[in-house]
Write a protein of this length. Structure first.
Ligand SMILES: Nc1ncnc2c1ncn2[C@@H]1O[C@H](COP(=O)(O)OP(=O)(O)OP(=O)(O)O)[C@@H](O)[C@H]1O
Length: 307
C-alpha cells in the first residue's frame, strides 16, 4: 500500500478541520482529492506529507508509520504545497541543489539528480535563471522538480493547476501525467473537471469528511444519473410527478423546465416519464441528464453520508 491513513483527524484550536479520514492508495496513477474551499484538502495533504502533526489518527507511507519513523516515511514523499516553497532569489540550479541537500541525497549524486529533475520537468534551458524571473507556469515546474528530485513513491501536489492560464494549464497537465508514469500522484483541486481530466480515482471530501471514494467512472455514473432536466409544455403539479415510481424530488427551474431527482435507472425513468406524458398530456419537449453543479453533487453526497 503506497498510502494509508487511519482515522486521520485534525483540530485547529477548538474546531475539527478534518475528521476520520481513511484513505487507501494501492496502485500507481493519479488520484484526485476534490473538495470545495475549506473542505480540508490542504490539512489532509500537509499531514500526509509530515508538514503538520495530526491531532489523531495515523499515516502510513509504503507501510512505514509516519509517527514512528518520520524520516524513513518522508523519504518516500515529494510535496508541492499550495504555496510552492520557492526561494525566488536563487537560480533554478541553486534551488534544486538546495532541495537535493535537504532531501539528503548523496553529495556525488546531487548533480545527476538535479539534471534529471530539470529534464523531466522541461526546465533545463533555464538552469541559471533566477526563479523570480520565471512565469507562473515555469515556477510551478520548478516546484514539481523539487518534489520529485529524490524519486519518491508518492508525489503530493496541492492545487497544482490553480491560477494557471489556459496554455500553462495544458502544459501542467501533460507534465503531471508524465510524472505519474513513474510515481503515484495525489493531487487536490476544488474543480471537478480538473480532477475528471487527470485522475483515475477520486476522493471527495466535504466539511472535513470523505463523502466519496471510488473510480472516476463510478463518480461520473453517480453524478450523471441522479437528476434529469425536463422541459414540458404543460407540466403537472409537483405531486403528480412525485407519484411516478423512482422520482425522489422535483424542482421547478422555470414554469416549463423541471429538475427531477431520482433513484435507480435513468433510462427506465425516462421511458416511464415519456409514457405518462403521452397519456396525461404533459407535452415533454426535451429530457436531458443533469450532470449537476459541483455544489449539488457535494450536497447529495454529504446528505447521503450523514443519513
Ligand atoms: N492554520 C489554521 N488555523 C485555523 N484554522 C485553519 C487553519 N488552516 C485551515 N484552517 C481551517 O480548517 C478548515 C480546512 O482548511 P483547509 O485549508 O485544509 O481546506 P482546503 O480544502 O485546502 O481549502 P482551500 O482550497 O481553501 O485551501 C477550514 O475551515 C479552514 O478555515
Amino acid at each position: 500500500m503506497i498510502l494509508r491513513t487511519e482515522r486521520l483527524s485534525h483540530k485547529y484550536s477548538s474546531n475539527w478541520a478534518i475528521r476520520d479520514i481513511n484513505i487507501q492508495i494501492g496502485d500507481a496513477g493519479i488520484i484526485g482529492l476534490l473538495g470545495s474551499n475549506g473542505a480540508g484538502k490542504s490539512t489532509t495533504m500537509n499531514i500526509i506529507c509530515g508538514a503538520l502533526n495530526q491531532t489523531e489518527g495515523k499515516v502510513f507511507i509504503n507501510d512505514i508509520d509516519m509517527g514512528k519513523y518520520p524520516k524513513e516515511a518522508k523519504k518516500e514523499i515529494g510535496f508541492l504545497p499550495q504555496t510552492p516553497p520557492l526561494y525566488t532569489d536563487l537560480t533554478i540550479d541553486e534551488y534544486l541543489v538546495f532541495s537535493a541537500e535537504l532531501r539528503k541525497i548523496n553529495k556525488h549524486l546531487i548533480r545527476s539528480a538535479v539534471d534529471e529533475a530539470k529534464e523531466r520537468c522541461g526546465i533545463q534551458h533555464f538552469s541559471s535563471r533566477l526563479i523570480k524571473n520565471l512565469s507562473g507556469g515555469y515556477r510551478q515546474r520548478v516546484g514539481i522538480a523539487q518534489a520529485i528530485i529524490h524519486k519518491p513513491s508518492l508525489v503530493v501536489l496541492d492545487e497544482p493547476t490553480n491560477g494557471l492560464d489556459p496554455n500553462q494549464l495544458i502544459e501542467a497537465r501533460k507534465l503531471i501525467r508524465e510524472i505519474a508514469e513513474e510515481h503515484t500522484v495525489l493531487l487536490s483541486s476544488h474543480i471537478l473537471s480538473e480532477i475528471n481530466i487527470l485522475c483515475r480515482e477520486i476522493i471527495m471530501i466535504e466539511s472535513g469528511r470523505v463523502v466519496f471514494s471510488d473510480s472516476m467512472d463510478a463518480f461520473n455514473n453517480y453524478a450523471q444519473s441522479h437528476a434529469l432536466l425536463i422541459r414540458m409544455g404543460n407540466p403537472p403539479p409537483r405531486e403528480e410527478l412525485m407519484n411516478v415510481p423512482g422520482v425522489s424530488k422535483v424542482e421547478f427551474v422555470t414554469n416549463e423546465q423541471l429538475k427531477i431527482y431520482f433513484e435507480g435507472n435513468a433510462d427506465e425513468l425516462t421511458e416511464r416519464l415519456i409514457a405518462t406524458s403521452v397519456s396525461a398530456g404533459w407535452k415533454i419537449k426535451e429530457i436531458n441528464p443533469d450532470k449537476g453543479l459541483l455544489d449539488d453533487i457535494f450536497k447529495q453526497l454529504s446528505d447521503k453520508v450523514s443519513r
